[in-house]
Design a binder for this molecule. Structure first.
Ligand SMILES: *Cc1c(COP(=O)(O)O)cnc(C)c1O
Length: 411
């Protein structure tokens, strides 16, 4: 029997892998030492566990352990990377506040956009690139936006709403040619796709444990140490942990779990990806076959394998989500779904309000099954047909009226 509800929202968060939980358990109880306690067994034991986790986390991105700073997750990692780099590399004309130009994109997560807005208020100039309908931020676009005073580029690796993959290695190469610091929010990418901060030309990279089957509240920030050596201004001060970049007693249990989660992903990502790609493609092709006016958002062949963002014409996304209550999915992005504004990401790539309002994100994960996807296809097909039967817009469309030309009465 299928257990309900079915979880298809793995881009929002993932359950902990039981192997991760098992690795963490001893560090709640008998192995509880503070890794900062340098003069007894309890401290040493915890420190060793943290350093093993650091090796595992570094390995999955091709970094040296010393280059990984543990954070509370990607929101903190992005804040530290962006504000820390802007403050460190700000141009300081004599007697003036630091300033400089930053390039990012309009489809970043709020945890990148909001730190950028904050820096704008403090006098930095920020360019928000708007990719075209395919959703891809290219090196060409970044190159065109580069200025003499550009100090930082921050472009996400894979987009959390559509799964689209930006030209990160190429953007990194461009930044290195011009001596501009390059940060990428790789929260949706790491653990799913092979990553090598050397080959991929990355200076700063953020990722998060709870998106890759680890515990919530822990993540990593990669800070390049050589060629070039990158420095940041710390955003949280105190005991000087994590080489001064992130003061505060380490979340040892979380870090141990994060390390284990990275190790498992490194071993299993290739097989997992192809399995999920087959299921995702089955979901998409079945929906396209079963109902009319299904649109895939983002360039289909340049996406992560486990995410799909589909618009169902003439159906309202929130209503559709209600009609398929047994399936946990996301409309717009998780962070904006409380409001009725359509997704800023879809709007950012020029998707019109109607289609943006009718889109849902499905994201598959480690325990998604064929049976679950078949159930989703059945429910979704029923719900789309049902909602269209109730829709006057659908009636008008069937009668051959072009909805986009209608002048709506304003009150
Ligand atoms: C989830 C997510 C974040 C936020 O990560 P937390 O660890 O939950 O703070 C940032 N960026 C992207 C792209 C995400 O998907």
């Amino acid at each position: 029997m299928l257990k309900l509800p079915v979880y298809l929202d793995h881009a929002a968060t993932t359950p902990c892998d039981p192997r991760v939980v098992e690795a963490m358990l001893p560090y709640f109880t008998e192995k509880f030492g503070n890794p900062g306690s340098r003069n007894h067994q309890f401290g040493w034991e915890s420190e060793e566990a943290v350093e093993t986790a650091r090796e595992r986390c570094a390995a999955i991105i091709g970094a040296q352990p010393k280059e990984v700073v543990f954070t509370s997750g990607s929101t903190e990692g992005n804040n530290l990377a962006i504000k820390g780099a802007a403050e460190m590399y700000a141009l300081k004309p004599e007697g003036q506040e630091g300033r400089g130009h930053i390039i990012t994109s309009a489809i970043e997560h709020k945890a990148v956009l909001d730190p950028c807005k904050r820096l704008q208020k403090r006098g930095f100039d920020v360019t928000y690139l708007e990719p075209p309908r395919d959703g891809i931020v290219t090196a060409e676009m970044v190159k065109a936006a580069m200025r003499d005073d550009t100090i930082l580029v921050t472009i996400m690796w894979a987009n959390n709403e559509m799964g689209t993959i930006n030209e990160v290695p190429q953007i990194g190469a461009l930044c290195h040619e011009r001596n501009v610091v390059f940060h990428t929010d790789a929260t949706q990418w790491v653990g799913k796709m092979p990553t090598d901060v050397e080959k991929d030309n990355i200076d700063l990279l953020t990722w998060s444990s709870h998106k890759i089957y680890g515990p919530k509240g822990v993540g990593g920030l990669y800070i390049r140490r050589r060629k070039p050596r990158i420095r940041l201004v710390a955003q949280q001060e105190g005991g000087g942990q994590e080489r001064g970049y992130r003061s505060g007693t380490l979340n040892v249990t979380g870090i141990v779990g994060f390390g284990k989660a990275c190790e498992i992903c490194a071993n299993e990502m290739d097989t997992e990806r192809e399995r999920l790609r087959a299921l995702r493609d089955h979901l998409e092709s079945s929906m396209i076959k079963n109902v009319e006016h299904v649109h895939i958002n983002g360039r289909p062949e340049r996406r992560l394998a486990h995410i799909t963002n589909m618009s169902f014409g003439f159906v309202e996304g929130e209503g559709l989500m209600m009609a398929i209550k047994d399936i946990a999915v996301s409309s717009g992005s998780a962070c904006t779904s409380a409001s009725l504004e359509p997704s800023y990401v879809l709007k950012g790539i020029g998707v019109g309000d109607d289609l943006a309002h009718s889109s849902l994100r499905f994201s598959l994960g480690r325990w998604s099954t064929k049976e679950q996807i078949d159930f989703a296809i059945e429910k979704l097909t029923w719900a789309v047909n049902h909602l269209r039967e109730l829709s006057p817009l659908w009636d008008m469309h069937k009668e051959g009226i072009d909805i986009s030309t209608i002048e709506w009465a304003h009150h």
